[in-house]
Design a protein around this ligand. Structure first.
Ligand code: C2G
Length: 446
């Protein structure tokens, strides 16, 4: 009995997959197929898998040549499976040529010619129109956004609008490094040429640009903080819902695989009841930067508050809570360092952020049976530990965090616009509205 094993994502199952499985079976007597989980596919940079794991496994299982279907969910699993199933042959398409030669010490590795002119991404693009994205603003993050958008298939950055089209140095720099993106001089032009808008302008202008885009029928991905009042946030989400549009707040951590895993572990009982969340994010920012020039909405909390509030709202929810602030300010009244204290029955939380003072940027989630610890930069979550009473006990979790990590929120934005379920929980409407309410309280008390 010769056992053959192969692996794939098998998204939007097509005859290229069928032919690969048929030919793999012809190499032996038994064919085992490993289907990659959504999470592991995302960790491998496949950000826009359409079909659920269940559906993809059913498609593979429905093929007459397939004897057994297993799940592939972690790096190095192929070597484990080859031993576990006593596989004689690992068969893969030749787009993987050479990549699995290292496993030849365990079994024969065969690369089968790939079927030309068919792929899941071609089918995906065929099924969903290419999303034309317009950008408002051309500052620091805008540049990184374009680079990260390059990893998400199915969308294209078409044009950019800047309120000062002729005098903005950052816009000139941006256009020089992104020559395929055209400058438009009016918002109307931007809306005419796009399906969705990414807003990367100074905080105080997010609400008005988001409202204009939603009213114009455009999906919106808006940099954090979405806006500075609960009522404004509720209004924006109401317009989005009325117009059948996606509105997402771009707190990138909320969409990255590691943070999703951290929240899942925290909420799955390993640490017991969650009692306290402590988050910290500091980034020393020199005088003269925009964060210090905006006397209305500048300072540390409006810049970094969304990050430190994220684990608090994700793990403790959006019910009413008492929120208190303590800040150290500069001569212009802007906060160099701010602590936010959140209290609700049975739950406590404290967030610290600073552009003018440094602290240990860690995240600690305390429960009745243990705690989770994530060191800086937890907001680019790639590693965290489960710890308990015994200091020697540490369960380690490592996760992919590719590039600048904006690709995950961009992929989710596209995914939600294409109408796929299951990703709107990553940062919900209620959570964004709650954070806008906390921002409102901070500015009121400032
Ligand atoms: N394939 C093919 N012809 C195509 C498309 C895919 O022969 N036109 C093969 C691939 O080479 C692969 C298998 O079908 O061997 C599954 O392809 P995908 O679903 O694209 O999965 P992939 O990203 O290659 O995942 O850990 C390895 C991965 O799990 C492989």
């Amino acid at each position: 009995m010769k056992t053959v094993i192969t692996y794939g994502i098998f998204d939007l199952f097509h005859y290229g997959h069928e032919r690969l499985l048929e030919r793999a079976k012809q190499l032996g007597d038994r064919l085992i197929v490993g289907v990659t989980t959504d999470q592991y596919a995302i960790e491998r940079g496949k950000l826009c898998v359409v079909d659920s794991l269940q559906t993809r496994m059913e498609h593979v299982r429905s093929c007459p040549w397939v004897d057994e279907v297993i799940v592939e969910d972690h790096p190095g699993q192929k070597a484990e499976d080859i031993r576990r199933y006593h596989a004689d042959i690992l068969a893969m398409g030749d787009d993987w040529l050479g990549k699995f030669d290292v496993l030849e010490s365990l079994c024969q590795v065969v690369y089968l010619p790939r079927t030309p002119n068919i792929s899941s991404s071609v089918l995906r693009n065929g099924r969903f129109p290419f999303l034309r994205v317009g950008m408002i603003g051309a500052g620091r993050i805008a540049d990184r956004f374009v680079k990260e958008a390059g990893f998400v298939h199915g969308l294209q950055i078409a044009c950019v609008f800047h309120p000062r089209p002729d005098s903005s140095a950052s816009l000139q720099r941006f256009l020089a490094s992104h020559t395929s993106i055209i400058k438009v001089r009016t918002l109307e032009k931007l809306f005419d040429q796009t399906d969705a808008v990414y807003i990367a302008t100074p905080h105080g202008s997010h609400y008005s640009y988001a409202k204009a885009a939603l009213v114009a029928g455009k999906h919106v991905l808006c940099e954090k903080p979405l806006c500075f009042s609960r009522a404004q946030a509720e209004e924006l989400f109401a317009i989005a819902e009325k117009n059948g549009l996606v509105l997402m707040e771009a707190v990138k951590t909320a969409y990255c695989p590691g943070f999703l895993r951290l929240c899942a572990v925290a909420q799955s009982g390993f640490i017991g009841e969650i009692v306290n969340v402590e988050s910290c994010f500091t980034r020393l920012t020199p005088p003269g930067c925009r964060e210090w020039n905006d006397y209305q909405q500048g300072g540390s909390f409006t810049e970094l508050g969304s990050y430190i509030l994220l684990p608090i709202v994700k793990l403790l929810g959006t019910e009413d809570a008492s929120v208190m602030f303590q800040s150290v300010r500069n001569e212009n009244g802007l906060d160099l360092f701010t602590k936010v204290l959140v209290q609700r029955d049975g739950h406590l939380a404290a967030g610290k952020c600073g552009l003018g003072a440094k602290a240990e940027g860690d995240l600690v989630i305390s429960g009745t049976r243990g705690y989770l610890y994530a060191e800086a930069p937890w907001w680019k979550t790639h590693y965290f530990e489960l710890r308990g009473e015994d200091p020697a006990y540490k369960k380690r979790f490592a996760c992919e965090f590719e590039g600048d990590g904006l690709r995950y929120e961009i992929a989710d934005f596209l995914y939600r616009i294409q109408g796929h379920p299951g990703r709107d929980m990553r940062l919900t409407r209620e959570e964004s509205i709650w954070m806008a309410g906390v921002m409102e309280q901070f500015l009121e008390k400032r």
